[in-house]
Ligand binder design. Sequence first.
Ligand code: HEC
Ligand code: HEC
Ligand code: HEC
Ligand code: HEC
Ligand code: HEC
Ligand code: HEC
Ligand code: HEC
Ligand code: HEC
Length: 431
Amino acid sequence: MKYFRYVWMLLFFMAVSALPVTGLMATVSEQACIKCHQEISPGQVADWRASKHSREDVGCTTCHGEKHMEAKDCKQALMPDEKVCAQCHEDQFNQFTKGKHNLGWASMMALPVTHLEPDILIEGGRGCGGCHNMGVKTEAQKQAQLRLGYRYQTNSCDECHTRHAFSKKEALNPRACQQCHMGFDHPQWEMWSSSKHGARALIKEVGDLPKGANAPKCQTCHMPDGSHDNHTAWGFLGVRLPLPQDPQWKADRITILKALSVLNPETGKPTGLLDAVKTLDLARLTQEAWQTERDEMLQICARCHSKSYAQKQLEMGDDMLRQADRLMAQAIEIVAGLYRDAIIQKPEAYPFNYPNLLFFMRTGGGNLNKLSHIDQILLKMYLKHRMRTFQGFFHINPDYAYWYGWASMVDDLGKIQETAGLMRATHAKGK
Ligand code: HEC
Ligand code: HEC
Ligand code: HEC
Ligand code: HEC
Ligand code: HEC
Ligand code: HEC
Ligand code: HEC
Ligand code: HEC
């Protein structure tokens, strides 16, 4: 018995004495980091001082380690990935890994076109990679990036909680989403900020609304109650399984899926890409999966609207997508006819002799950048104008839904019809 008492005493003594020693060592190096970086990068230190971390002893060494202590060994500083944050924020990390943002890097890398672009726009993080730097990277992905000479962009959490303030308030501001959800094919920032919802949220921000008056921002609808797991029903591509019951819409969808090379244009059978669609969650693959997302969204609308009102708005959005698909399929079929009749030559990198909407603005292979003009119109019709038609509708923006969306699709289809006619005439003359 006596013996045990000594062991306990010894253990207790070791525990209390060990704490201050390691604590003290950490404080010493921590102070060195701050002292030196206060001189060389004061803005960074000021940001960190403004953070909750600085008050909770989460310092430079917690995230960057202690191996670098002088200018010449600065490459020894660790670049912390999301797992470092997970040590203290497990809930947010776990939610994040179940959401769409966690698939940003993988879905970009899955596209053949990505590998035809300059590295600097991908791994360097100033083009596709600047926005798709979301997702916990595998060791292989990190090594691939290092081999190309890029050692940054290892953390997704700092995309909304910008380093080094790592602020919740900042991430709750819709501007935290602006850098990525804008522009060519997903102008959610532009649509929302000029919609009734956005305008009112911005009026509210400057305090010109009665206290308690409501307006939803991105986070209200997409990260409700602090959830880091984000999905929508239709998603970016605006397609899903099972195919629609309406026969015309079903046929149009099949045409679109062929142009996305998910279906083989010759046989109509699924291609290998369907697996990627599954793993990357590019589309909801069952009615239930789609309905769950839709129901969750409706619950949110119902915080401020009647359910019937909101439901009608969302159903009109679905119907807009159906009508947009009619225009889209007509355009694809016209261009597909030009491939079939060898008026357009199949670009080397294309898997099929059929227009391909996943090559964005490039053809790849031997004739880089030499995408036919009519293919360019088709791509813009899909990526820019079809997106605006339904995304503008869902974000309650009349001008995007009509002029930048629907009206532009009608314009594209007209141009495609006329250009195809001219191409056929020139081709016949050449023979
Ligand atoms: C004697 C001064 C000094 C001390 C002490 C110091 N640093 Fe640095 N640190 C630098 C310099 C200089 C750079 C390089 C700046 C540049 O590239 O312009 C740097 C760069 C860094 C980088 C970026 C590395 C990169 O690849 O861009 C990190 C992260 C960093 N320091 C963290 C720390 C941490 C954490 C500590 C404390 C453990 C620390 N520093 C201590 C001077 C110092
Ligand atoms: C909570 C974690 C955390 C803490 C604490 C932290 N950093 Fe960082 N730091 C990061 C992350 C994340 C990155 C970005 C890594 C990347 O892009 O790969 C980063 C990047 C950097 C960089 C390189 C990028 C740049 O913008 O220059 C420097 C330098 C740096 N930190 C210095 C510091 C210093 C000095 C401190 C202490 C005052 C500190 N960090 C505290 C997480 C942290
Ligand atoms: C060693 C533990 C630790 C690590 C590692 C850590 N944090 Fe924290 N973090 C904390 C503590 C403690 C708080 C303060 C919690 C509180 O006040 O409720 C905090 C608060 C936060 C907050 C909320 C700030 C606010 O304004 O309310 C965010 C966001 C955050 N951390 C993000 C991160 C990110 C991103 C990383 C990784 C780059 C990270 N943290 C790494 C411990 C940590
Ligand atoms: C301005 C930021 C930005 C740039 C640049 C960007 N993307 Fe995206 N990308 C996004 C956002 C945001 C989404 C999701 C949009 C949505 O759901 O409406 C997305 C969606 C996607 C998707 C579909 C993911 C899905 O779940 O359906 C793929 C694939 C993709 N991008 C690849 C690329 C490639 C390849 C490039 C470069 C040629 C690129 N992106 C450039 C921000 C960007
Ligand atoms: C009032 C709620 C609401 C607000 C506010 C809102 N959205 Fe949405 N968002 C929706 C709905 C509804 C959809 C379509 C859901 C579906 O597919 O059924 C959607 C879809 C999306 C999508 C998928 C592609 C698309 O556009 O259809 C992204 C990405 C997105 N929103 C981002 C944002 C961003 C970023 C903001 C802020 C700038 C924002 N949203 C503001 C309700 C909202
Ligand atoms: C797409 C933007 C976005 C990304 C990426 C993101 N967060 Fe957040 N985070 C938010 C928002 C918005 C909130 C505020 C939620 C709320 O309270 O409604 C938040 C809140 C937090 C909080 C504070 C929780 C609390 O209530 O005190 C922590 C901690 C946090 N995030 C950690 C992380 C970590 C760790 C990661 C990476 C795995 C991460 N976040 C990635 C947007 C983001
Ligand atoms: C660093 C860039 C970046 C930031 C910042 C960002 N996102 Fe995203 N977001 C993306 C990318 C990239 C995707 C597509 C991921 C993929 O490829 O699967 C995406 C996807 C989404 C989706 C899923 C759409 C779908 O297909 O169902 C929603 C919803 C969303 N983001 C909302 C937000 C909100 C809200 C914020 C701000 C709090 C935000 N995002 C901040 C880049 C970003
Ligand atoms: C946080 C409260 C809030 C949420 C959540 C919300 N709205 Fe609204 N919404 C408003 C307010 C306030 C207005 C402006 C007053 C009005 O027209 O009812 C508005 C207006 C509208 C309008 C009319 C726009 C116009 O031009 O008159 C539509 C349509 C709409 N919302 C649909 C939706 C849908 C669909 C959802 C869910 C995806 C949703 N709202 C979620 C508060 C909200």
